[in-house]
Design a protein around this ligand. Sequence first.
Ligand code: ZN
Ligand code: FE
Length: 261
Amino acid sequence: TFSPMTLFPVPAFSDNYIWVLHDGQRALAVDPGEATGVSSWLTQHGLSLDTILITHHHADHTGGVDALREATGARVIGPAFERMPEPLQRVSGGGHIEALGLRFEVLDVPGHTAGHIAFFTPDVDGQPLLFCGDTLFSAGCGRLFEGTPAQMLDSLTQLASLPHNTRVCCTHEYTLANLRFALAVEPGNAALVDHAGHCQQLRERNLPTLPSSIGLEKQINPFLRCREPAVAQAARGHDPATTSETVSVFATLREWKNVFK
Ligand code: ZN
Ligand code: FE
């Protein structure tokens, strides 16, 4: 019998989401920075934790792994080249894993951290799905803690090439702050203005602005729009040393966002 998959963002800390995907019985959880919230959510819904996916080494993505592994026996899958809570299965770009009967491709997306990975599966009840950690946020992207602008731009370009209807599961509810910056970059982007109004309403009702989609992000996310003349011009307005190279536009946007209030 066919059982549809359910996707739910369990909130953690002040602005993290621990994404849970389940088939009504078995669940996978992504980047559990803490265990208590997600484990009581799973219990409430009568789910057993089958698999934990980890995108990168930061504590707000890994802090709950040991407790969840111990309590549930879930297997843990994470990046090949980062410090991780052992034991786990280590994977890297070009590899794939199976979980809940789904095949996930592993993508290397360095930039936020050096060994950051993402998980993509092409068909969850007819729609592709992406767990991208802190690489791509709605209307934004992760900070460059361990990577260069060129690496992050490559990683984001790889994600932008996924199908338009891919559901994008980002790990932080940063959307409103990102949209304020995006509007400073592209005040004339009608899709952006429209989406900002929509997200404002969602947050007033305390609802998540996620998942996003690749198609939407290509319309509203300045970090995916560095080739747009208006975005390049805004970057030059912030830093006249910005060249016509896409990576220079990207680097300026990332630095501008770091100081944007
Ligand atoms: Zn992080
Ligand atoms: Fe994070």
